[in-house]
Design a protein around this ligand. Structure first.
Ligand SMILES: Cc1ncc(COP(=O)(O)O)c(C=O)c1O
Length: 574
């Protein structure tokens, strides 16, 4: 079911529609519900990696006790959002990021002995709160992504804890406040979660005793789950069984943000090959990668729109596929549609967390893009090198979190989340915009996410090969520039605008309750038909689009106001 306000927002979007819509009222409601379910002395943080849209971050900074960040970019974002409290996790913090964290007084969740040593080195006399992130041997939790209790790059092995404490003790600036024990992402079993928190608290108390740490923080991480394909829900009432009188910290991402976001993509073509129907979308996994990353079909609803072409299918199962030239660009498979015309918009709910933020989107002003990998194999050793086209160094998101795991796509580029503007990084060591700036771009500043690290595409053949994969579209999402109006994203002209693109629609207030938008079109023809009609006239609205009861009437009631909410990568601002 598409919420009326979301439909109304999309009705005002530029065609072809391709947008994320966020509803900040949902974010606030979610945070309030969790807050009410947690013990009063527990802190609730929002994990920015789930969705770094500034409007989302600002809404949740206000509705929670603070923010958890995993990069220098996210740290800057959290500060801009006015977070009252910040925790800095992540297994690959640089000295510059640590220095920035120390400067603004965040709690650093240290993930290795070396990181503790680095932190001590950069602290240089300034006090810093430190929690040791430990990957314990203890029992895990159910959930899609295990972070602890198994071999992962997250946290210290328990066997190294004594060393980490000893290193921390060599630096009087480091104030050991406790432990960080984030263990899993996307766990739907609330009772199991409660049991895990009890066990984590018991372990923390014992460890604190052993190492003579005054226990002021037990960060149990995030992990409350969201059921994307079924009707299960994480039962907040079970949290009544959580321990009290303990300085617990929760840092939730998915559960707070998922339900507040919708990804919408217009049907550009309908076709059948080898007996299967495909709805080809203006969009795809470069905007919404979660289904491909996790290998599931993300449910969608159809939003009727004024027609663009006179082609439709009805009563069939269809695969919702994107615009990339890869057969893996699939958002949903075998989804039954009663009626689906070209021009309607598929709306994917629960897209507010790990949607845009884990996707490999090219810069919006580029009409095509390409990736060239050159992997050279010699007889005795295999080595790889990559030649990055300019766009590659411009892309990337925080990719340290759960949802980037899973099936690897053909195109794989993973970028560090901090930027060339990170303090103390010499400019000469990072790429600049030179050679890749769109015509007219005057800025000579560093790109915000230049420090990216290519990951060779392992689907390459063993011969020296060069593969170009092209034609992801530009302008992946619409930009809402003024109340109730949307225009296509235009090419940006400077680095500072680069970080803002692509833009997203942001829903900030309720629409008047006058529009009726059905989740699906009515009428179920028995067989699949592709029908070509005469071109529509009269502004493109034939009765087929308007008269179908209760068809699209969202334009009669626009969301007001819809503020411009420009997208920002979780990168350090240049
Ligand atoms: C350290 C840390 N904290 C919190 C989270 C948020 O987890 P979730 O979105 O499952 O709540 C993550 C995500 O992987 C994480 O790595």
């Amino acid at each position: 079911m598409i919420p009326e306000r979301v439909a109304a927002a999309l009705a005002g979007a530029a065609r072809p529609v391709c947008a994320y819509v966020y509803d900040t009222t949902v974010l606030r409601a979610r945070a309030a519900a969790v807050r009410a379910a947690l013990p009063p002395d527990a802190a609730l943080l929002y994990a920015v990696k789930a969705n770094g849209h500034p409007a989302v971050v600002a809404a949740l900074a206000a509705a929670t006790d603070g923010l958890e960040v995993a990069s220098g970019g996210e740290l800057a974002l959290a500060r801009e959002a006015g977070a009252r409290r910040i925790a800095f996790s992540g297994p690959a913090k640089t000295r510059a990021e640590l220095a920035a964290a120390v400067a603004v007084g965040v709690t650093v969740n240290a993930e290795s002995v070396l990181e503790v040593r680095r932190l001590a080195a950069v602290a240089a006399g300034r006090p810093v709160r430190v929690a040791l992130r430990v990957n314990r041997a203890g029992p895990g939790l159910p959930g899609s992504h295990q972070m602890a209790g198994t071999a992962t790059p997250f946290g210290l092995d328990e066997a190294e804890l004594a060393t980490a404490v000893a290193v921390a003790r060599t630096a009087p600036e480091l104030d050991l406040v406790g432990f960080h024990l984030h263990a899993v992402s996307n766990n739907l079993d609330a009772a199991a979660h409660v049991a895990y928190v009890h066990e984590a608290v018991a372990w923390s108390r014992a460890a604190a005793d052993r190492y003579r740490i005054e226990l002021r923080e037990v960060n149990v991480g995030g992990g409350f789950g969201v059921d994307y394909t079924g009707g299960r829900a994480f039962d907040l009432t079970a949290l009544a069984g959580l321990p009290t009188g303990v300085p617990l910290v929760f840092e939730l991402g998915r559960y707070l943000a998922a339900d507040a976001g919708w990804y919408a993509a217009e049907v550009l073509d309908l076709k059948r090959t080898h007996g299967r129907w495909f709805a080809v979308l203006r969009g795809g996994i470069h905007h919404f990668r979660l289904p491909a990353a996790w290998g599931y079909s993300h449910p969608f609803d159809v939003l009727p729109m004024p027609p663009t072409e006179d082609v439709e299918i009805s009563g069939v199962e269809v695969d919702a596929v994107g615009e990339l030239c890869t057969p893996r660009d699939v958002l949903a498979r075998g989804h039954r549609v009663d009626r689906l015309p070209v021009g309607d918009v598929l709306v994917f709910g629960k897209a507010g967390a790990y949607g845009w933020d884990i996707s490999h989107h090219p810069p919006p002003e580029w009409s095509t893009w390409s990736v060239v990998w050159l992997i050279v194999y010699s007889a005795r050793s295999t080595r790889s090198s990559s030649r990055r086209t300019s766009w590659q160094s411009r892309s990337g998101r925080t990719s340290t979190c759960a949802d980037n795991a899973g099936r690897v796509e053909e195109i794989s580029h993973t970028c560090r989340s901090c930027t060339s503007a990170t303090p103390s990084i010499p400019a000469s060591r990072v790429p600049t915009w030179a050679g890749s700036t769109p015509a007219g771009a005057p800025s000579s500043r560093m790109r915000p996410d230049a420090r990216s690290s290519p990951t060779p595409a392992w689907t390459m053949s063993t011969a020296t090969s060069s593969v170009a994969i092209a034609s992801a579209r530009a302008k992946p999402v619409s930009r809402m520039t003024s109340p109730a109006s949307a225009v296509a994203t235009s090419a940006y002209r400077s680095v500072s605008r680069c970080r803002n693109a692509p833009s997203m629609l942001r829903l900030v207030r309720s629409a008047r309750a006058t529009s009726q938008v059905p989740a699906r079109l009515t009428g179920i023809p028995t067989s699949a038909v592709t029908r070509t009609k005469r071109p529509s006239t009269g502004g493109g609205c034939t009765s087929r689009w308007i008269a179908s009861p209760p068809s699209h009437s969202a334009s009669s009631s626009r969301v007001s106001p819809l503020a411009c909410a420009e997208r920002i990568s979780a990168r350090w601002s240049p």
